[in-house]
Design a protein around this ligand. Structure first.
Ligand code: MRU
Length: 372
């Protein structure tokens, strides 16, 4: 673990008072632990997953979310399944595969796990499945840290070009592509954490990201924990901020990016990219190579866009002045609602793809080099 990783963890520890990742295996009690992200920012609740059903439920209900974290959780889900019943491997993979449709890391992780478990004897299956889940967990940390290293020069160069005329660099991000969306570090926010650590003065505009409010609840929470100045804005504010010179760069994560450079990410990302393009503002997606779907070039017809329940739009959860968590309806009772979870930002609106293996142009010629 690098010195920088330790210093970031120390900052995170101030909230939890212990070393914190979004998922980990507790060796003594043999528990798979997660931060229940549905309780944030009001309560930092750690829960343990004990079965395949727990893991499926955690992914589907978004107790864990974010493409890389979904993948690692699925790997632990396979371990939990075969630990309880060594004959349940195929059923487990199928059940986990169907928890969420859009993030490709889920399929990627399950593919890796099932390849590693092929031909393993029943009595050795749980041990090997745990080994794989822990490997994916560790790899994710290293990969996400490397994404930060790859993206750092972009923010440093931008700051050099702006430092004479402004006090800080203004970054806009959408949804949560931070440590909470991965095992640690994050993708888009890994770049931010790295730049902050080397002294680039930063300020992050955080889109609230309706309907699940990942920006309002999670991104502000983790940026504040890392002492990074941030301001929450409503989802429709980004265009105005870009038009009035208040955004220097947009960095987002991705749930699936095609070989052709189309970026599928949380609903609303596309509108930010359009506004950035119109205003000459660089727009980057930061993602692990495992988020690239090399089997498709163009996203529009090929990526399944998750549609979620109407209650995510009609209702909103919050904390009352008395400290009670309550859910209230914000719409008329029988209003028609659609709730698409993701959208596609076409490659031509993307300035570059930041990965653990460097920065690539959003096109097949450039991203295809990753296959070499
Ligand atoms: O529906 P979610 O919260 O799982 O969506 C997450 C996002 O869209 C993130 O921005 C994306 O997964 C990138 S996370 C590193």
């Amino acid at each position: 673990m690098s010195e920088l990783s330790d210093s970031l963890r120390i900052q995170t520890m101030k909230i939890a008072d212990e070393r914190l990742q979004s998922i980990w295996f507790e060796a003594d009690s043999e528990e798979v632990c997660i931060i229940d992200q549905t309780s944030l920012p009001h309560e930092l609740k750690i829960i343990s997953l004990d079965s395949l059903e727990d893991a499926c439920q955690a992914i589907a209900s978004m107790q864990v979310r974010g493409a890389p974290l979904i993948g690692v959780t699925a790997a632990y889900g396979v371990y939990l399944a075969v630990r309880n019943d060594s004959g349940s491997l195929d059923r487990a993979i199928e059940a986990l595969r169907n928890t969420r449709p859009t993030a490709i890391n889920l399929q990627w992780a399950l593919q890796r796990v099932s390849e590693a478990l092929a031909g393993i004897e029943a009595e050795a299956l749980a041990g090997k499945a745990l080994e794989m889940a822990q490997l994916l967990e560790k790899e994710d940390i290293a990969v996400c840290e490397a994404i930060g290293d790859s993206g750092l020069p972009i923010l440093q160069a931008l700051w050099e070009s702006k430092r004479d005329s402004q006090e800080r660099l203004n970054i806009l991000t959408h949804c949560n592509a931070g440590a909470l969306a991965t095992v640690d570090w994050g993708t888009a926010l890994s770049v931010v954490y790295k730049a902050h650590a080397v002294g680039v003065p930063l300020h992050v505009w955080v889109d609230e990201t309706r309907p699940r409010n990942q920006g309002a609840a999670l991104t502000t929470w983790e940026l504040t924990a890392h002492h990074i100045p941030n301001t929450l804005i409503v989802d429709n504010a980004g265009g105005h901020l870009m038009q009035t010179g208040k955004v220097d760069i947009c960095i987002v994560g991705s749930d699936r990016t095609t070989l052709g450079g189309d970026v599928c990410n949380k609903i609303g990302t596309y509108l930010k990219a359009l506004a950035a393009h119109h205003n000459g503002i660089p727009f980057y997606a930061a993602l692990p190579v495992s988020t690239i779907d090399f089997s498709i070039v163009s996203a529009r017809e090929s990526i399944p866009i998750e549609e979620r329940g109407a209650e995510e739009v009609s209702h909103i959860e919050g904390i009352t002045v008395g400290g009670q968590i309550e859910t209230v309806r914000v719409t008329p009772e029988d209003v028609a609602i659609s709730n698409f979870g993701f959208d596609i930002t076409p490659a031509e609106l993307v300035s570059g793809i930041i990965t653990e293996r460097g920065i690539f142009e959003a096109n097949e010629a450039s991203l295809g080099k990753l296959l070499e």
